[in-house]
Design a protein around this ligand. Sequence first.
Ligand SMILES: [Fe+2]
Length: 213
Amino acid sequence: MTALPDLNMAKHTVASIFAVLEEGSKKEYLGEDISQLEHSLQTAQQARDAQADDETVIAALLHDIGQFCDRQAAMDIMAEASDLQDKTESTSTVKVGVKGHEYIGGQYLRKLGFSENVAQLVEAHVVAKRYLTATDRAYYDGLSSASKASLKYQGGPFSEDQVKEFERDPLFRKKVQLRLWDDKAKVVGLDLPGLASYKDTIIGHLLKEPLQQ
Ligand SMILES: [Fe+2]
């Protein structure tokens, strides 16, 4: 028999996730004049405006959680992923955390009981960028110089075969869409509904997901 989380457990998970995101309100988003929390809320609001399903809205809200989830959790995840560790140049936690943040975020959310779809959407930042830079010249031209530089160590634009393979992914359109919302979510001074407005959606999602054994 598959166990499902109870309401108290789901509320506890939401409280801990929100605490992590609130912490992000103190950090600026990649040199922009907005905080990480504002960036997360703007990404999620675009998903809501597009009437995306709950998993996509949740993934949009939590897509950068790997950048600022607690360091011990991030280190544990990296220690478990020796293949990803091999690709990093440094043992510095901060550097490793930033480099693999999409991977850390996906694993972190799986461990907390979020669905595989949410985890995969969160993990898709880099692959969606590699896809878009291979298929949309204007997208590539619009990237900042820092983002163009980071693309090189992220593997560069996808090859033709990689593009075809990615397009077979059932979550392909959602992954690309989330990346486009992410890219636009850096508007200064937007007044949007806060984290509390996502609480019921996340609790409802967690209550449907079986606990990992
Ligand atoms: Fe982001």
